[in-house]
Design a protein around this ligand. Structure first.
Ligand code: FEO
Ligand code: CA
Ligand code: CA
Ligand code: CA
Length: 519
């Protein structure tokens, strides 16, 4: 990959996506989560960059693509000369907004005001606002920051987020911004939800710090009964938490939406074993932390209020035809595991004991939790919950928790639910990112896959199976709902081009033979 082409081509490792109808144009915004160094720098050992230009090539291949697409005789194609096409990457200028913007914690030598930053990182899942903007979610941002000084004393807050001296990208060797011994605040400027306006390719993306700094999976947006905007968000790490944001203002179609993701309250979920739960507000009073600290060290704030440690919260989805939400808890190899007489904890020291919502020790199959807000109101502080499914293997385990819930059978079994969205009819689509060895505990489960679930009956059916080595992640629908777009990430089989060709992450268009609706 040449430096000149690297910020113009479609990036690597497709993940969350959303579609938009902008006038008559069909636009897809899609994330590029990470980069394969060896593929892009094939002449370098382990693909490690040897100069700043090579760092930039890697930086350009990640982030977001906004692209106009159109359906013709040969199927769907990118409209290559569209004025809406855009690549956003690790050096794209962005604004920080919300309660942490301007904080001393976010100031750097290059940005003494703490409001102007560059780039969005490890863009995993996504979301879409009612006002037509795209939300891209920064997940494993820690992996890009390292230290060129071996004995540099890492700040205490780094540990919770996994920021360590060595990286697999090598940015810090040639780009000072990523060297924490020189710029210790730089990693604190990532880990946010970023809002992008796909209707204006010259618009500046905005990092919405009010939604917290965690390893964001996706952002499921729903409007509450009174018009307030609710955003559900998972923090994907073993024993981390499930969050909810509620705006202060209400959404009025055509009105000013610029503060709806800046001014509001951030909550974290506590589940009881009796099928109830509550949203705990993160405030200076409840956490003992300053406002900016809550939004930069959000994990630490959530630990202080006693949130429930979860089995890696991945995507949240809200049902468009019922007042309920679902979250994939993908797996947690450390759940309730005791080593040297001590039970394992998350990175903040919170013990991961068995609970009704995370019921299995060393959970390698995952489950999907569903909650029903009190008073049929997503802004309400309380909820009831149940498990929509527990993945498992009924051919290896004849009974017990590891066989899975009653809606799992030998014909639909899978592990590690991850991507998840509802279509407009209220059907739940589930994608997996798990163990595809097809052996041992996973015998008979095959490759990663996509399934459809019926919320009313609990029935689960397998819809498609991905190529070997890949995960199925990201989905959206064309404006006419006659095409479903499905993302395939990091296949090892030679997909989609066939034998002898480089395996590539791909967006697949799925249609019915009769061109009927698919969502
Ligand atoms: Fe990027 Fe948690 O998946
Ligand atoms: Ca994921
Ligand atoms: Ca995953
Ligand atoms: Ca992935």
């Amino acid at each position: 990959m040449s430096l000149e082409a690297s910020d113009k081509v479609f990036g690597e490792n497709t993940d969350g996506m959303e579609s938009f109808l902008i006038g008559t144009r069909q636009v897809i915004a899609v994330n590029h989560e990470y980069v394969n160094n060896e593929t892009n720098l094939p002449n370098n050992e382990k693909g490690m960059p040897k100069n700043l230009d090579e760092v930039k090539i890697l930086q350009h291949m990640q982030g977001v693509t906004v692209m106009e697409v159109a359906e013709g005789a040969d199927g769907w194609q990118i409209v290559v000369d569209s004025p809406l096409n855009r690549r956003i990457h690790h050096n794209t200028p962005m604004k920080l907004s919300g309660p942490a913007a301007g904080s001393d914690l976010l100031k750097t030598a290059a940005d003494p005001a703490g409001v102007d930053c560059l780039g969005t990182f490890n863009n995993c899942g996504a979301g879409k606002t009612p006002w037509g903007t795209y939300l891209t979610c920064e997940e494993n941002f820690n992996g890009y920051f390292g230290s060129t000084v071996a004995d540099f004393k890492m700040p205490d807050d780094y540990k919770r987020y996994g920021i360590v001296a060595e990286t697999r990208y090598g940015y810090e060797l040639f780009d000072e911004r990523f060297d924490v011994s020189k710029n210790p605040n730089e990693p604190r400027r990532t880990g946010y939800v970023v809002e992008i306006d796909p209707s204006d390719a010259s618009s500046t993306p905005i990092k919405r710090t009010a939604l917290g700094r965690i390893k964001h999976e996706n952002a499921a947006v729903v409007v509450a009964r009174d018009g307030r905007v609710v955003v559900y968000m998972g923090d994907d790490e073993r024993g981390e938490f499930l969050y909810k944001y509620v705006s202060n203002g209400i959404y009025v179609p055509g009105g000013d939406t610029s503060k709806l993701l800046d001014e509001g309250m951030l909550y974290v979920a506590k589940f009881t074993d009796e099928g109830t739960g509550e949203w705990l507000a993160l405030t200076p009073e409840t956490t003992g932390m300053k406002m900016d600290e809550i939004y930069v060290f959000t994990r630490q704030a959530a630990s202080k209020v006693g949130a429930t440690t979860m089995d890696r919260p991945e995507w949240v989805a809200t049902n468009p035809v019922a007042i309920e939400a679902y979250c994939c808890l993908t797996n947690n190899s450390n759940r309730a595991v005791v080593k040297d007489g001590k039970m394992k904890t998350n990175a903040g020291g919170d013990v991961m004991e068995i609970s009704a919502v995370n019921p299995r020790e060393a959970n390698e199959y995952g489950q999907i939790v569903r909650w029903y807000p009190e008073n049929d109101d997503h802004a309400d502080g309380k909820f009831k919950w149940d498990l929509f499914l527990m993945a498992g293997n009924p051919s290896v385990h004849k009974d017990g928790l590891y066989a899975g819930s009653s809606n799992i059978n030998e014909g639909n079994m899978f592990n590690s639910p991850d991507g998840m969205m509802f279509d407009s009819t209220g059907l739940l689509w589930i994608q997996t990112d798990g163990e595809d060895s097809n052996e041992g505990e996973f015998a008979g489960q095959g490759n990663n896959q996509m399934l459809a679930g019926d919320p009313a009956t609990g029935r689960i059916e397998r819809f498609l199976t991905g190529p070997k080595g890949g995960e199925v992640t990201g989905m959206t629908w064309s404006g006419d709902k006659r095409t479903m777009f499905v993302g395939i990430q990091h296949p090892s089989a030679p997909f989609p081009d066939g034998e002898g060709k480089l395996p590539r992450s791909t967006i697949v268009a799925v249609k019915r033979d009769d061109n009927a609706l698919v969502g």
